[in-house]
Design a protein around this ligand. Structure first.
Ligand code: ACM
Ligand code: ZN
Length: 561
């Protein structure tokens, strides 16, 4: 061991305590599991290189190069072998292992991991060790591009660190979706749950059923009174132009229509973009409820050919439709999990459907609740035959679910759901309304409540806890008419969630995290994010929507006579 190396090691060993860290180290979000501070700093200079030791790391190296070259204005070169910054796969290759080590010392910066995602996490940490201007889209002069000497050993507490985006209500363009993925990457989120269809629109091209997007991706916002978000924001922000984003408009037969969809080619582009950033894309095709657009496009999908949601699960042709759709989905998304949805189904409509009733009798089911459970199990078998695993909102527990389905616990107001699911052997992702609905209203205490709250219920036994896959936040779009509004609702809330999902072993006290956040906000600014300032008063959200804007929704439960 060289003398120089021995000295550095001693300095590292002398500081294992996060409280004594330099400002850059303290400002890391999420906080790494182990940080050893050194003394000194490594300076990035013009002509720096990014080396990689395995060809699979080239996209990660190019990604980092683009960031550094843009912000520093330096010449940056990617090369095989070692570089000023070296990215290295080491040990037994394991892409499921997200851990990494990052070392910065006099010899440069070294990021080492067993798999691609670990390397990406190391790059995200490196970005946060550099001045926040590194996130800038233009070259920044007069910045000293230094990295503090440090050794970081890090891994996530939870594998599932998700954000769900809903382009069905408000359509996000390709660029907006990519910007969202950029943010996810910086904060080490692992799963992009993409809610691609809902009552208001169908957003993904399905070749076998072209009407789903030809018709189903568009709506007349005046006739279909489902554009509350625009109205609310137009009032709240006193901006009448908010009613219809001009880039999402099409005029057809004199009607002004709002919408858009992702072609299969574009879906491939998003999946590839996310993969470079270490993010799995988990598509949700929400069956059998929330399907008003599909049943309007193909009325045979509905129980009485009346175009009303939900899907008629009594008809074999409808089961075939669902399988056809998922078959195309499986080809587009190469990941293990696909979301079936299954929430808020207006099951009462099945009571009067001869096909649904015949299915109940034929399958020996008790009622309409068991009919949905039968549908979910049937689809799960189809998923499994195609090598995929099923996830659904927590309603899939009702009427019996197989042990292999994973449950998104969203109804925070319903106690015991996680216990019930895990006792049945099901894995759970926690995204309770209580903390994780980022479209809900917020005030100046919301962030602290999220940070200090029990996103994973406190009373779980160790056996139940082992079945918790992780956490996610959901960003529904009914009251989010623009990307700017979405960012305002999501940031910096998402940073608190990122911290909690990554590091449950050394969660900082709130006061320390809040101070970190203050230091961190210029980074969001450098990325051009319209984040919510820490003190901004009250902001309306889905749960506080004005009553006069809710009038045309169809009832979720059977109307009382
Ligand atoms: C949901 O919020 N309906 C899952
Ligand atoms: Zn039916």
């Amino acid at each position: 061991m060289s003398l120089k190396y021995a000295k550095i090691l001693i300095l590292w060993a002398s500081c294992l305590c996060p409280l004594g860290l330099q400002a850059e180290l303290n400002a890391l979000i999420p906080m790494p599991q182990q940080v050893q501070e050194g003394q000194g700093e490594f300076l990035l200079t013009d002509g720096l290189t990014i080396g990689y030791n395995h060809k699979s790391l080239r996209p990660a190296a190019e990604y980092l190069k683009d960031k550094l070259a843009t912000a520093t204005g330096y010449g940056v070169r990617v090369k095989k072998g070692s570089g000023t910054i070296s990215l290295q796969l080491a040990g037994q290759r394991n892409d499921a292992d997200e851990s990494y080590t990052l070392t910065a010392d006099g010899s440069g910066v070294h990021v080492t991991a067993a798999g691609y995602k670990g390397i990406i996490h190391g790059i995200s940490t490196l970005r946060q060790l550099l001045p926040h201007e590194v996130e800038s889209a233009r070259a920044q002069t007069a910045v000293k591009w230094s990295v503090p000497y440090v050794k970081i050993k890090d891994r996530p507490s939870y594998e599932w660190r998700g954000l769900m985006l809903d382009p069905a209500r408000h359509f996000y363009t390709m660029d907006e979706t990519k910007r969202f993925l950029d943010m996810m990457c910086l904060y080490k989120f692992s799963k992009f749950h993409w809610h691609l269809i809902d009552t208001q629109a169908w957003r993904i091209e399905i070749k076998k059923y072209p009407l789903l997007t030809q018709k189903g991706a568009w709506r007349n916002p005046n006739r279909e009174k489902i554009d509350y978000g625009s109205e609310m924001c137009a009032q709240e922000w006193n901006d009448p132009n908010m009613h219809l984003p001009q880039n999402l408009i099409r005029v057809e037969n004199g009607d002004t229509l709002y919408g858009g969809y992702y072609s299969q080619k574009e879906i491939g582009e998003i999946v590839a973009y996310a993969a470079v950033r270490g993010i799995d894309v988990v598509p949700e095709i929400d069956f059998p409820g929330h399907n008003h657009k599909a049943t309007r496009c193909y009325d045979w999908l509905s129980c009485h050919r009346d175009g009303l949601d939900p899907l008629c699960v009594g008809k074999d042709s409808v089961i075939k439709f669902c399988q056809d759709v998922y078959k195309e989905i499986f080809k587009l998304f190469p990941y293990e999990y696909v979301e079936i949805g299954g929430d808020e189904v207006r099951r009462y409509r099945w009571e009067t459907c001869p096909n649904c009733q015949a299915r109940i009798r034929r399958e020996g089911l008790k009622d309409i609740t068991e009919l949905q459970a039968w549908f979910t199990r049937t689809m799960e078998k189809y998923f499994n035959r195609h090598g995929r695993m099923l996830i659904g909102w927590d309603e899939i527990l009702e009427g019996g679910v197989s042990r292999t389905a994973t449950v998104n616990w969203w109804r925070g107001y319903k106690a015991g759901v996680v216990q019930k699911a895990t006792d049945g052997g099901n894995q759970v992702i926690c995204c309770p309304t209580t903390f994780c609905y980022f479209d809900y209203a917020q005030d100046d205490s919301t962030l602290q409540k999220l940070y200090e709250g029990n996103i994973v219920p406190a009373q779980l036994t160790p056996a139940q806890l082992r079945l918790v896959k992780g956490m996610q936040a959901n960003i529904w779009g009914e009251y989010i008419p623009t990307e700017a509004r979405m960012q305002f609702m999501v940031f910096p809330r998402a940073l608190a969630l990122a911290e909690k999902a990554w590091n449950t072993t050394t969660l900082r006290p709130w006061t320390q995290f809040a101070a970190t956040l203050t230091d961190h906000l210029p980074r969001l600014q450098a990325m051009g994010v319209n984040y919510r300032p820490l003190k901004a008063g009250f902001t309306n959200g889905f749960n506080t929507r004005p009553v006069h804007l809710r009038t045309t929704e169809t009832p979720l439960n059977k109307p009382k006579k």
